[in-house]
Design a protein around this ligand. Structure first.
Ligand SMILES: Cc1ncc(COP(=O)(O)O)c(C=O)c1O
Ligand SMILES: N[C@@H](CCCC[NH3+])C(=O)O
Length: 406
């Protein structure tokens, strides 16, 4: 029995668009966004979709039409949001290394706020704003020193991480910002990490920020908004993911009675489970110690398993296909780390179609051309309609920029 994305068979999509292929369900994107809106309806937050999770223009456009704002981390991401029709006034610009050109671009666009991560960055933004005769809206990203209990590569709220301004330096930094002629203090923010499966660090970070908000208020610095960073984790395997309503309730209890607007920057939980990577089995190879299912997707298409030993559920597109073997599911790239899964029970023969689940976040957006492989196409399914939203790259696309130097 073949499996479906909404009303379209994966086998049809693979034949029509080729593999590897990213497939997204529009319904799943909408439902995930609405789940945040509903959970937090008591505080009417500005939900700023974290573009890095999936920067496809059509996905940005879809979220924009749902009313989303955007968390961006480069001039390129800001350009994408603007190109897709996103409102500049709903763009937040995060990141530890904003260049002069990126700051000028963001100021010209008229974004909502810069999330500033250091004193030198404050100086740089002030200088660029002065040269342009503008006032830059800023918020300070505070590093609350909270352990998010996630993979160390995506934990961002500890003292040892490069992100944010230390709690101990925060008041001084706000006073400094208040004295700069071309900055306007708007808010406070934090982001402690991604794929969070425990609510308590998120709540603790919010509490720490609110203590700081009170201290600043006593010093005459009033903030308009608090931005709590990324969203909750998603189920890849069998993780006990946090309940969004519980998170919302805890935050809303903490914010009750305060005149602070709420901003959220979820990425993974808006797109992760809306996406599947389709890949075709090239060969099944019996090694001396292991079986290998060699597929046409690789670490350049989906880097998460190689980079974080991340788990993605993989199954044959034909449900209940037998027999299963124990195998590593690997790509064609010349690296031993090029695997999508290790030691999995899977039914797979050459020519079979496999579904790599939960690939909507940090999949296509982290893809590369390593081994001079062409990036996969992406399609969006809505009911029984399917739309190509990124064409498969050709070799000419990949080589175009360099060819002129030959
Ligand atoms: C500053 C910032 N905001 C938001 C996000 C999105 O986080 P998540 O995808 O876990 O919701 C990230 C990524 O971790 C981030 O670095
Ligand atoms: N790329 C990571 C998440 C990074 C979050 C960015 N701050 C992942 O796939 O899990």
């Amino acid at each position: 029995m073949t499996q479906f994305c909404e009303n379209i068979a994966y086998s049809y999509l693979a034949e029509h668009f080729g593999t590897p292929l990213y497939v997204y369900s529009e319904n799943a994107l909408t439902n995930a966004f609405r789940a945040y809106e509903m959970a937090f309806s008591g505080s009417q937050p500005l939900i700023c979709y974290a573009v890095k999770a999936n920067s496809n223009l059509s996905i940005i456009k879809h979220f924009s039409e749902l009313g989303s704002g955007f968390d961006t981390v480069s001039g390129g991401e800001i350009a994408r949001v603007l190109a897709a029709g996103g409102a500049a006034k709903k763009i937040i610009f995060s990141g530890v290394g904003k260049s002069v050109a990126e700051i000028a671009f963001a100021l010209n666009a008229g974004i909502k706020c810069f999330n500033v991560e250091s004193l030198p960055e404050l100086d740089r933004i002030n200088q660029v704003a002065e040269q342009m005769g503008k006032i830059a809206p800023i918020s300070l990203r505070i590093n609350p020193d909270v352990d998010a209990k996630t993979h160390p590569y995506i934990s961002t709220g500890l003292k040892a991480n490069k992100f944010g301004i230390a709690m101990s330096q925060a008041e001084q930094a706000y006073q400094y910002a208040a004295n700069q002629s071309h900055l306007k203090i708007m808010g406070i923010d934090c982001h402690i990490g991604s794929q969070l499966i425990d609510l308590s660090p998120l709540v603790e970070a919010c509490q720490r920020l609110l203590m700081l908000v009170d201290k600043l208020s006593a010093q005459g610095i009033e903030l308009e908004h608090i931005d709590l960073g990324g969203g909750v984790g998603i189920v890849y395997h069998n993780e006990p993911i946090p309940n969004l309503n519980e998170y919302a309730q805890a935050v809303q209890n903490l914010l009750a009675g305060r005149k602070l607007d709420l901003v959220l920057e979820p990425g993974r939980s808006l797109v992760g489970n809306a996406g599947t990577l389709l890949t075709r089995v090239e060969f099944v190879k019996q090694g001396e110690e292991k079986n290998f299912v060699i597929v046409d997707a690789a670490m350049n298409d989906l880097m998460r398993p190689a980079l974080y030993q991340a788990y993605h559920h993989i199954e044959n597109a034909e449900k209940n296909k037998q027999p299963e073997i124990l195998a590593d599911i690997v790509g064609p790239i010349c690296e031993t780390g090029d695997f999508l899964a290790q030691n999995r029970q899977i039914a797979a023969e050459a020519g079979d179609l496999l579904l790599v689940h939960s690939a909507g976040a940090y999949g296509a957006s982290m893809a590369s051309n390593y081994n001079t492989r062409c990036r996969a196409a992406e399609v969006l399914v809505s009911g029984d309609k399917v739309r190509e939203i990124r064409q498969r790259e050709t070799l000419e696309d990949v080589m175009r920029l360099e060819m002129k130097f030959l």
